[in-house]
Ligand binder design. Sequence first.
Ligand code: CP
Length: 308
Amino acid sequence: LLHLLSTEGLPRETITHILDTAKSFLEVSDRDVKKVPLLRGKSVFNLFFENSTRTRTTFEIAAKRLSADVINLDVSRSSTAKGETLLDTIDNLCSMHADMFVVRHATSGAPFLIAEHLARTGRHDIRVVNAGDGRHAHPTQGLLDMYTIRHYKGDFAGLTVAIVGDILHSRVARSDIHALRALGCGEIRAIGPKTLLPAHLEAQGVKVFHNLEDGLRDCDVVIMLRLQNERMDGALLPSASEYFKRFGLTPAKLKLAKPDAIVMHPGPMNRGIEIDSAVADGPQAVILNQVTFGIAVRMAVMSILAGN
Ligand code: CP
């Protein structure tokens, strides 16, 4: 693996190797070993051109636990604001001996552009990790979601996993669907209003539901998504109260899933829009555990990309 740009096309063996490596990092940290020297002497540059709480912070923690030097580019104070292009920024950071770029960008494809540029300019030893690009992909979120599901549910073959909400604009849903398919998930469901579901889901083997109650029946895993208003380009949005009435996950609706179903959410949550607080803070929610698993999964990705 040279870069991690997408979960699309990742073979089952690669995903399983990443999840197993993450598990070994979690076991080590349970034994109070906080740091390992796998990235000692390497410089990881966090380039977040879009806001982030979980991804940016857990990448930083993960890189530090691997003993890397971490540089967080403060994009709002960087020369990007003076009109410097993305690739000029990358060239300059390469001159500062970057070994790895962790990139979040509002434009779909930006991390691919960087990876191509590095190849074209002969910098074959620098790695790129996509930390979320536009509505395209968020591969480490997809992988940490797979880690969470495997942790609580074991084998994917017999599972029914529902993804609920604004799937059209969700890079997380896309990354989850590719990874779930690669891991042989029994049934993948997409639940949402017609206007927020992409075309061709059925062609990818995903069952589509426009009614939350029907879609939730007998699910093992429920992944809730935020309405991504920032990517809707002025489209007619459902009102928050109307959306909550039809697609908000309440304790009563969650009862339709299996009694031991887990509830996931990549964050940030909008309480009272896609999820009721009684569910978000309830016994079936594993939302904060996803965040913790994210550290180990990001350690695994970076250490594997670095050749360990
Ligand atoms: N899940 C996720 O990407 O959260 P952040 O936007 O806070 O990084």
